[in-house]
Structures are given as structure tokens and as C-alpha cells.
Design a protein around this ligand. Sequence first.
Ligand code: SER
Length: 593
Amino acid sequence: MNRKQLIDTYIAFFKEKGHAVIHSAPLIPEHDPTVLFTTAGMHPLVPFLMGQKHPLGKRLVNVQKCIRTQDIDEVGDETHTTFFEMLGNWSLGDYFKKDAIAWSWEFLTSKHWLGLDPKRLAVSCFAGDDDAPRDDDAANVWMSLGVPKERIAYLLKSDNWWGPAGSTGPCGPDTEMFYWAPNDDHAPKKFDPKDTRWVEIWNDVFMQYNKTNGGKYEPLAHKNVDTGLGVERVTMVLQGKTNIFEIEELKNILTKVAEITNTQPTPENIRSFRIIVDHMRAATFILGDERGVAPSNVDQGYVLRRYIRRSLRHLRLLGMDLSKMNACEEIAKVVIELFQADYPILHDRRTFIIEELRREEEKFQRTLDKGLKEFDRIAKLGKIDAQQAFLLYQSYGFPIEVIQELAQEKRMRVDVEAFQKEYEKHQELSRRGAEQHFKGGLADASDATVKLHTATHLLGEALRRVLKNPSIRQKGSNITTERLRYDFNFDRKLTAEEIRGVEAEVNKHIKEHLDVQRHEMTLHEALHSGAQSEFGTRYPDQVSVYTVGSFSKEICGGPHVANTKELGRFKILKEEAVSAGVRRIKATLEAAS
Ligand code: SER
């Protein structure tokens, strides 16, 4: 069974169990300031896990594109990538442990489905602590299905607990499934979770607690299931391979890297190959996302830049002469080719992906060689201090990971914390942004962001009315706890008077205390009723539409405030160009005076 067949089989299995199929959400989240990227299928579902009704019901299934930059140091081994696809099934207050576990087991072991050998499977359950008891319920279900006691490990929160997505909110114990990866029949009787030959393939999370502001774990009335199965890892297992870079898609990318570098993989250089394969796949998907961004020095754009630059450094390490060819572009073309059938947005954004990669590569190539010489010069002096590391960053565009790697190769160390301090002294850039992304939870932030989200709908409609241009549509939006950012199609700068007019229009409707309501309907009905939609978004067949009084009507997943009186005073901070024909407004809400 290959990747595609695995995805189709999983979806078919859960459809049979009454699940509705939802689309993969964008990699770059729209209304969630707590993360830079979608890290799991549950992330875009947080409002529904918190109790909002999902238009497609209580049982959902999908395949989701994910990025976990926190795994970056692991990339290079047999089983880790930062970009991966995750299959997931969800119960929103519907079935719980018994069904979730029984279905996981059936899907993995039944001859009608994956038919994996139960003798090569093991599981872990939550061991219990002061906050919550040991998850005997889950363990008992496993045993009732025939999993022997010795194959069940009990682990603490660090291993067997998921969530909350932020610092408060729904969370709970999970149970993870492992497969004995070596191609032998010698899976030990006893499961040792520290033995990396047992590869984690699937995680069933049981959201049965709500972590409160005071750090307490209260039982949730609305209990959810959130599962995540790693597509690459399970494909590897199904194909009897022992590392994920041998499955067709990753192997094809790796082969391209071998071809353009004219170098074959060896145990000494394999890490470079794997880093390039992972990073270039991630970079292609970030550029080719529904909410794709270009390389920059902030937020997602900066992660993208680091992916590309680190790949270029490793390409050079493999002996490639970067002046001969636009290497990133060649690799990206393979990625697009492999994944565009499942992610048509990659095809739609092909020109953008290739142009941006070319531009970034040319930019970095101009300084890479000089920077490497400078690094050698500094290294000869015997140590690399934070100022020198910062110079390599500032003058030659070297990301900190590249500087660290170069240092490691010379058996030297860079003080990353000191570098960070140096960096912060010089830049204000993404500081606020980055802190905001990693601190504070969705639940904490949700009040502020929900208000700004409703304000976004008012802003869109106010623009159409004040600029007398009904064809204005959203081309992207991003909300933090402090401000909203709204991109739209319009071909010139707004005058000061127009900006004041738009502000006044939004504030007028805030003062009217309009009710916000949600209606469920088919996509066809929604579009027919004149509901606004976002450019370039592929909507499911069944959608929810939010109306604000009789003023605005938009297809949207929510969440929103109940009434505009909650919003305060709307203020535009900035109006600027993003690209030809696209403008951007940043705005905020202030306490009403
Ligand atoms: N959220 C859980 C995970 O990512 C299950 O999907 O492992």
C-alpha cells in the first residue's frame, strides 16, 4: 500500500463509521495567534473542541498538512521530518475511549484494512499524576482487544498527554500506538518505549479535562476524541521499509537532490540529504499554501527563509556549485509534481513558489561564499562570540541554525542565548510577534481575537460600501491579540478621507449593537444568498455563514462575538500596498470611551 492508498483507506474506514470528510486547513492558521503553523489536525478544530457546533456534525475525518519546527533537530534520523501529513478522526462530544481505541485497533490489524501484525504492536497509556488518575479505562480497552499487559507502558504527562493548545482549554490523556519497525520477527515481548525501534505511528487523545486559568484540571462536560496518524511513518511500515526517506515521495525528492548535486547518499552525508528533502518540501508547501507567504525576516516568512538557506548550505556541503543552477527551484518542481493532485493549491501557486525560491536563492548565494570565508576567519581565532555570530546573521544573512552547524563541524559552540540577546538589541522586528506566538494560550487570547475577527467582517463590508466597490474581497487575514490584518483587492492607495470614512462606517455598526448569527447551509446556497467568500479558498459543500445584523454576510468558520456592542472602538493603524492590486489594512479595537 502506498501513501495515497493509505489516505484513501483511512478516509473510507472512518466514513464507514459515520465520519464526514473535511478539507486540510491551510498550514498558516488564520485566527490563531498562538502558533505560526498548523501543527496537528486538531488545531483548526479548536473552536469546535471547545463546544461550538460543527456544520458537518460530531464525527470528522481528514488528512492535514502539518509543520512542527520544534522537531527540527531530529531531522536527519530515520523517522522525523518537520513537514508531514497527518490523518485524523474526531469525535466532538460523541464517541469516546471504547470506540476510538477499538477502531484504531481494527483499522491497524484487520485484514480488510491495514492488516498489520498485532505481534509487532505496542501501546502507551497515561500513568496518572496529581492532576488526573492513571488511564485504566484506555488500558482496559486495549487488553479487551487482546493487547498483552507487557505491551502496555504507562508514561507521564510529558509523553502521554495532549493539550491544551494554549495555556488553558481542553486537554487530556492520550494513548499512543507503536510498531516494531525492524524487518524481523523478533519484537520483544515487553514494550520498552525508550527503544527507538518501536516507532510511534498513531495517537488517540481523549480530551476529558479543561485546564483552567488557575491551573486546575476540571472534567469536561463535552468530551472529545482527537487522533493523529503519521502518514509517512505508516506508509513506511506498510512497505516494510525502515526509514521514511525510502517511501516513494521522499525518495523521489532525495533522488533529485542526488542528481543535481551529482553525489550519492552515504552514511556520512545522509543527514544533509534528509535535511534538504524535509526543508525543501516544507518550503514548497509554505509558499504554496492557501495563505502562503514569501521569505522575510518575520514570523512564517522567517521560518521559510531559514528552511531555504539551510538547504542551500547543505547543498553546498554535498559539493554543489550553486552558481550553475537554481537548485531550490529544481527540487520544488519535484515536490509540486508529487503532491499537486492532492493539494491543487501547489499547482495554482506554482509561479509564485518558483519565483520566490529563485529570488531567495540568488540573494543568499551572493553572500554565502563570503560569509563562509568570514566564518573560517573567525573560527581560526578560536571562538565565536555572540557579536560575531550576529555579524554573520546581519551581514551575510546566516540563520542561527546554519551558524550553529558550522560551529559544530569545527567542534566549537555558539551561545544561542547570547546571540538571541544580541539579536534583540538590534532588531525590534518580530520580537513582539514571536513572543506573542509562543506565550499565552488560545483560550486566553480568544477574547481579543474573536472580537477582532468580527471586526474583520465589518471592515470588509465597510470597504465595499465606502469605496463603492462591491468586488472587494478578502485576500488573506491574520489576527493577533493586538490587531487585525486584512488584505483585499484594490488598485490604489486609500485617501485619508476614505480611511476615516471606513473607520466611521465600522464604528457606526458597532454602536448599533447588531446581533451576530450563524446559519448552516450548502456552499451553493451560501454563494447564492450573496454571502462573501475569500479569494482562493476551497470551501466544503456544507458551510456556516455569519451575518452581522443586516450589514454583513460571510462564509466563515467562526468564532465571533454575539453582538457588536462587545467590540469597543475600531481604529485603522495603517493602510499599505502588499503587491500589485492588493492593499493591506492593520486595525485595532480600543476600549470604547
Ligand atoms: N493532536 C494529537 C497529535 O498531534 C492527535 O492528533 O498527536
